[in-house]
Design a binder for this molecule. Structure first.
Ligand SMILES: Cc1ncc(C[n+]2csc(CCOP(=O)(O)OP(=O)(O)O)c2C)c(N)n1
Length: 557
């Protein structure tokens, strides 16, 4: 029997357990669409390739399995670049299959003669073009292997149209089936012992847990280790909530929660667990105090020691490390630092009360923290997605995550426009859960037409617009640096986004008073349809991140 490349790809996707692919059609990739259809793989077709990429990225974040995006040659590939870069910066597993002009037409100016591989090389872990039609299945297995092993990340696989369409004898095709390591790198007994010694000597230990914890499936182990030792945690991204943030051991996000540390005396030992030192750990004003002992655990050796000297660097998987540490403390418990925990509780309450002062039922327009707080408080078991400048900061601060893997926000690309696509992927990954997207009014414009995708695919996401009539973070920076008279290119009109979205068929709400937010959100969920809730907020509320001038530290070199 003869098969083509589309069939090979679909069979490999099936073997990988892929149920959905995120895609926008083009003639160059049609045989993949056809084969996916035959194999029962759902094509979630978007209105822009960037959104397909963001959805694949979010799928990876939510499930730990690579999301798959399929885009056509030329502009399909260039359109997905931003989403690939976003996944790359945050080490998210993702497989992008891109079309290409026929290999036989090289240098003949065919339609879309663009080389995707060099374009993608700096934003992927691995990027290849397939030459031999018989080896397409092998390349797909390579793509998945590279995306998922070691530090995860996006990969790009380019398939020229003629290579894809050519039929080959099935018996000449190798379909790999065993191409993943069973074992994960574990810490040495000496490293475990040294870690426990440093923690035993510390009086004010803390763990900074990054996405590495979530991706290694170590949320339970993190909670167990913290409960056994009484060591508190600040977490980032999907790992937030692994240690519930309404308990004394869960301090909150690193951006907000770590603010409590100095008020309690400052940490004297930090375990950086699958988290990188960078902007999300305070940037140049690092949240790791200068004198504190630093133990860094990362799956990637090159990550150890970035920006700061370490006392111990461990190249290992987070789950294996935590399991070894748990065995260690069960054999020999660490001294509990209850006084440190008590002081932290006070400091945490103090930090939260500063933000809580923004909650004022009588104030119209409401403070954006108030809006974020209402949504965070009512997140229940569902997913919260945050997109925007100030909007993201307010969400990050208002959130009290109670379980992991339910909070999607910005990462190191700081890429606006993720909101709706991330929300749609969350609705696919967790169809029984409520998904709320909180987005800035600037950011919502970037992937606005994905309301159409939401309707066509029946993904009842509730999108709440924090409408401050501006690219708020930028406008606030201009105001603080140059004065209100030099607000240039950052103002937006009072747009009725809910009406524009309604045209795609979603449920629409417009809200001006804080007391009306929750009823509007409840009506939106009750509608059973995707929804847009447009909420007017105070345009002059400046987030602490902007006030601190911490975002773009120009000239502090
Ligand atoms: C794709 C992209 N374009 C531009 C920026 C620069 N930028 C950072 S914050 C911001 C303003 C965001 O405005 P909005 O979405 O309305 O959220 P707000 O700050 O008002 O909460 C901009 C334009 C960016 N980070 N990403």
């Amino acid at each position: 029997m003869q098969i083509n490349g589309g069939e090979m790809i679909a069979r490999m996707l099936e073997r990988e357990g892929v149920k959905n692919v995120f895609a926008l059609h083009g003639g160059h990739i049609d045989s993949i669409f056809q084969a996916c259809y035959d194999h029962g793989i759902r094509i979630v077709d978007t209105r822009h390739e960037q959104a397909a990429g963001h959805m694949a990225d979010a799928w990876g974040r939510l499930t730990g399995q690579p999301g798959v995006a399929i885009v056509t040659a030329g502009p399909g590939v260039t359109d997905i670049v931003t989403a690939v870069a976003n996944a790359y910066m945050d080490a998210v597993p993702m497989v992008v299959i891109g079309g290409r002009y026929p290999a036989a037409d090289d240098e003949m100016m065919p339609l879309q003669e663009l080389h995707g591989v060099p374009l993608m090389q700096s934003i992927t872990k691995w990027s290849r073009s397939i030459r031999d039609p018989k080896r397409i299945a092998e390349y797909v297995s390579d793509a998945f292997r590279h995306a998922t092993t070691g530090r995860p990340g996006p990969v790009f696989l380019e398939v020229p149209a003629d290579t894809l369409a050519r039929k080959v004898e099935e018996e000449n095709v190798r379909f790999p089936s065993a191409y993943r390591a069973e074992e994960r790198p574990a810490p040495s007994p000496e490293a475990v012992e040294k870690t426990l010694r440093i923690l035993a000597e510390a009086e004010r230990p803390v763990i900074f847990a990054g996405r590495g914890v979530w991706f290694s499936g170590a949320s339970d182990e993190l909670r167990e280790f913290c409960e056994l030792t009484g060591i508190p945690v600040c977490a980032n991204g999907m790992t937030r909530g692994a240690v519930p943030e309404d308990t004394e051991l869960g301090l909150g996000g690193i951006m907000g929660g770590a603010q409590a540390l100095p008020f309690a005396g400052g940490a004297d030992a930090v375990v950086l667990l699958g988290a990188r030192l960078g902007m999300f750990t305070g940037g140049r004003r690092s949240t790791v105090p200068v004198g504190a002992k630093l133990i860094q655990v990362d799956i990637l050796a090159e990550e150890i020691g970035r920006s700061r000297d370490v006392d111990l660097g461990i190249v290992a998987d987070c789950r294996e490390t935590l399991r070894a540490l748990i065995r260690g403390v069960k054999a020999k418990p660490l001294p509990r630092r209850d006084e440190w925990l008590a002081r932290l509780q006070q400091a945490k309450a103090g930090v939260r009360s500063v933000f809580a002062s923004h909650i004022d039922e009588k104030k119209t327009p409401m403070h954006p923290y108030h809006l974020a707080h209402i949504l965070a408080q009512n997140q229940g078991d569902g997913v919260l997605v945050a997109d925007g400048g100030e909007t993201f900061v307010w969400a990050e601060l208002a959130l009290q995550a109670k379980r992991p893997g339910r909070y999607l926000g910005h990462g190191y690309l700081g890429c606006l426009g993720i909101g709706i696509p991330f929300g749609l992927a969350a609705a696919l990954a967790h169809p029984k859960e409520r998904v709320v997207v909180l987005t800035g009014d600037g950011s919502i414009g970037l992937n606005f037409s994905e309301f159409d995708t939401a309707v066509r695919h029946n993904l009842p996401v509730v999108v709440v617009v924090n409408n401050d009539q501006a690219w708020g973070m930028c406008k606030h920076e201009q105001e603080l640096r140059f004065g209100k008279e030099r607000v240039i290119g950052t103002a937006l009109p009072l747009t009725h986004y809910e009406k524009a979205a309604e045209a795609f068929g979603v449920h629409a709400e417009f809200v001006e008073r804080s007391e009306d937010v929750l009823p509007a959100v409840e009506r939106a969920f009750a509608s059973g349809r995707p929804a847009c809730v447009n909420v007017m907020t105070d345009p002059d509320a400046i987030s602490p991140a902007v006030q601190a001038g911490a975002l773009v530290e120009v000239g502090t070199g």
